[in-house]
Design a protein around this ligand. Structure first.
Ligand SMILES: Cc1cc2nc3c(=O)[nH]c(=O)nc-3n(C[C@H](O)[C@H](O)[C@H](O)COP(=O)(O)O)c2cc1C
Length: 452
């Protein structure tokens, strides 16, 4: 590696665990002997996962989400996947917060289908409930079918979704600033519960939203819960640079990840922000074993359990609903026009297929195994080497770890990979603070009176 161990110790990785739906990221994860197949409705699974990663001192549990199951127009294919049942992340995280103390609690909520006032109240409530550990993953939504449940006929155009997202985020932050930190003396002697001079009405009137404020929830422990942004297109990077504390991204090569890292960080200047206060965490999908051959065996075993129709449906959905049936399965992935639902995802798939020379069939299997995330199949030591290389060479501030299956993928992460990273001085051995912001080394936004 290119830096000395002294330098390494100055900066340590931030690690998040990325779980979705039933918990298994690989489409066949739920079928592996020993893995869970009821995470979509069993809170105990989420509690066990959160407690395990808290023991390993990870920063955050992140639950990805869409409001509705994708692919219901093909129930036969959907019936072979675990993607149909998915509880709302906020109640899951509220329950998890009661049996954990340090782990950050992050949920995806869409700016396209919710109202900012409700979202601000919900996330601030989670921040109170958890003692300052809430985070919101801002997405404009990659499941185009969600539109059908919210009085619309289709997903709004990509550019329009981002215009709404920008305004949405401003309203949320404004609502979080409804009260100063000391607005609630709750003084029994004087009878003063709340100080009127510490209340701020937002009075927002914009293109999409008209929101007066104030909130029903006092300012929460983190001031502003942590903001994550997961879109990597041009407008996605801009909103990241303006507001995000954490940027999630899916990158599949060191060179691409370095370019993205430099690009998104360079934009912070425009908004008067320090790039150090925006942490870039690429996804890393791990197929790990104690040895190389054990990892490969697991990878192959998992892949052998994916029906082709499931893989094709996943790829089609990831490309924004493109009909792939007319193309030759064993020819290279054809040029797919960039799609409204997932601009950066389509670009990533095309880049992977061209770089690795994959056919449509192979690309579909890849989508079902790992989508377009960076995929690591190898021994714990080799995975640690790869993560270290990205971390030390300007590609990442840490990683969003995707376990192929649960609990197997979480156990090896906690019991083997984290100790290996700790031995190398790349990961902490104890939580530094109380709130998620403190544990991420991020400043707490001042309340409005202190900002003036
Ligand atoms: C790590 C990661 C997690 C994501 N999680 C979600 C999610 O939970 N729900 C969702 O609708 N989109 C999710 N996305 C998709 C994006 O946030 C975004 O909506 C989509 O990629 C389209 O925007 P873009 O073209 O700017 O990338 C995720 C993306 C990444 C990289």
């Amino acid at each position: 590696m290119e830096q000395s161990s002294d330098q390494k110790n100055k900066r340590q990785m931030k690690l998040s665990l990325f779980l979705t739906g039933d918990g298994n990221y690989h489409m066949a994860g739920w079928r592996l002997p020993g893995s869970t197949n009821d995470g979509g409705e069993n809170i105990q699974r989420w509690v066990e996962a959160a407690q395990a990663i808290e023991r390993a001192k990870l920063h955050m549990l992140f639950i990805a989400d869409a409001a509705s199951p994708p692919g219901t127009d093909d129930l036969q294919t959907l019936s072979l996947t675990a993607r149909i049942d998915r509880m709302d992340p906020i109640p899951i995280l509220s329950a998890v917060s009661m049996v954990t103390k340090h782990i950050g609690l992050a949920a995806t909520m869409s700016t396209t289908y919710l109202e900012p006032y409700n979202l601000a109240r919900t996330v601030a409530s989670l921040d109170h409930i958890s003692g300052g550990r809430a985070a919101w993953n801002i997405v404009t939504g990659s499941n185009k079918d969600d539109a059908l449940h919210f009085n619309r006929d289709g997903h709004a155009p990509h550019a329009e979704r981002y215009v709404r997202a920008e305004e949405f985020v401003d309203v949320v932050r404004g609502i979080w600033d409804s009260y100063d930190d000391d607005a609630f003396p709750r003084d029994k002697t004087s009878g003063v519960y709340m100080r009127p001079d510490k209340v701020h009405f937002l009075n927002h009137k914009g293109k999409y939203f008209k929101v007066r404020g104030p909130s029903a929830v006092p300012r929460s422990p983190q001031g502003h819960p942590v903001l994550i942004q997961a879109g990597s297109s041009e407008p996605g990077m801009n909103i990241s640079a303006r507001v995000a504390d954490i940027v999630f991204t899916s990158q599949s090569s060191l060179k691409g990840a370095q370019a993205f890292y430099a690009n998104v960080k360079s934009r912070c200047d425009r908004y008067g922000r320090s790039p150090e206060h925006m942490l870039v965490l690429p996804g890393a999908l791990l197929f790990m074993g104690e040895t190389e051959s054990e990892a490969k065996e697991k990878f192959e075993q998992l892949n052998s359990l994916i029906p082709l129709r499931v893989a094709m449906q996943r790829l089609s959905a990831n490309l924004g609903g493109v009909d792939l049936s007319k193309f030759d399965l064993d020819a290279p992935l054809p040029d797919i026009p960039v799609n409204n639902a997932r601009v950066s995802a389509v670009e990533s798939y095309i880049a992977i297929s061209r770089r690795e020379g994959l056919t449509l069939r192979q690309m579909a299997m890849r989508a079902a195994a790992a989508k377009h995330h960076w995929t690591l199949v190898g021994s714990v030591k080799r995975v640690a080497d790869e993560l270290e290389s990205w971390f030390l060479n300007g590609a990442a501030d840490g990683f969003n770890i995707l376990p192929s299956d649960t609990p197997g993928g979480i156990n090896i992460l906690v019991e083997k990979l984290v100790p290996e990273l700790q031995r190398r001085g790349l990961f902490r051995r104890e939580y530094e603070g109380r709130t998620l912001r403190e544990n991420l080394g991020l400043p707490r936004p001042a309340d409005l009176s202190s900002r003036a």
